[in-house]
Design a binder for this molecule. Structure first.
Ligand SMILES: *[C@@H]1O[C@H](CO)[C@@H](O)[C@H](O)[C@H]1NC(C)=O
Length: 248
């Protein structure tokens, strides 16, 4: 009797270990079918130097409650993001963007290099299948053109999508997608394991046109500025000479 109880107890322990193994280390994560239906879109709005980059993640059905998404957006040297503007948008609209370096807002395009932005899209109130973020980006000043060209083209790579589930502590790899480490949120307090999605769709780079100055306009613009300055100086000098420095 004693032996039988022990055997039953032993089997019970084995079974429960096996069961927990299945649940906790055998994994949680994404199914291939579900992932196949996830798409990313990127669009640039507005014109001129100040644009808005609208990034969206679309699911085939409602976005799962504990799904977290991260869009890794590389930006070229011709573009900058203003971190002061980001922090005010974070307060006003809940925009979640993390930059890993200081960005010089004044530098012209030809002396700047590209940088990554970590964009954490949030739930769209009007569309339960979508996560999105609207990120303000700005064109840097380009070298003036000598050939009469009015625009400089700047290419922005398509973003890369990283996904994880909040409740899934040991995400399973799912080739061809890779597990990578990246900040859990825009606060960058801790690092999380994410599934970096290998895109099936061919993703095109986006192209924007930034206005450029003209070298042949430099002489008339400088001459005009100098003329106006001299004229104003002359008028002030005349007034001073005519009325003196005396107080009225
Ligand atoms: C997050 O913080 C760590 C540690 O402070 C830092 O090494 C890393 O560069 C940060 N990541 C980003 C994207 O800012």
């Amino acid at each position: 009797m004693e032996v039988r109880t022990n055997v039953v107890f032993f089997c019970f322990i084995c079974l429960s270990l096996w069961y927990h193994g299945e649940v906790y280390s055998g994994g949680c994560g994404f199914s291939e079918d579900w992932l196949m239906q996830v798409t990313v879109s990127a669009e640039i709005q507005k014109s001129g130097f100040h644009r808005e980059l609208v990034l969206s993640v679309h699911c085939a059905a409602d976005v799962p409650d504990d799904l977290q998404a991260l869009l890794l957006q590389r930006l070229p040297g011709g573009i900058y993001i203003d971190s002061y503007q980001l922090s005010s948008l974070q307060q006003d609209r809940g925009l979640q963007v993390l930059l890993d370096s200081e960005i010089d807002l004044e530098a012209p395009a030809y002396s700047s290099s590209g940088f990554p932005a970590f964009v954490f899209p949030t739930r769209d109130v009007g569309d339960t299948n979508r996560l999105w973020a609207k990120v303000p980006i700005h064109g840097r000043y380009q070298r003036p053109s000598g050939s009469g060209q009015k625009w400089e083209q700047v290419y922005i790579e398509a973003p890369q999508l990283l996904l994880r589930f909040d409740l899934c502590k040991e995400l399973q790899p799912l080739p061809p997608h890779k597990l990578v480490e990246a900040p859990c949120s825009a606060l960058n307090i801790s690092m999380c394991i994410w599934l970096k999605i290998h895109h099936w769709q061919d993703q095109q780079a986006m192209r924007i046109e930034i206005p450029v100055g003209h070298q042949h306009l430099m002489v008339p613009v400088c001459a005009g500025t100098l003329l106006v300055t001299l004229l104003c100086f002359g008028l002030i000098a005349r007034a001073v000479l005519a009325h003196g420095f005396s107080q009225p």
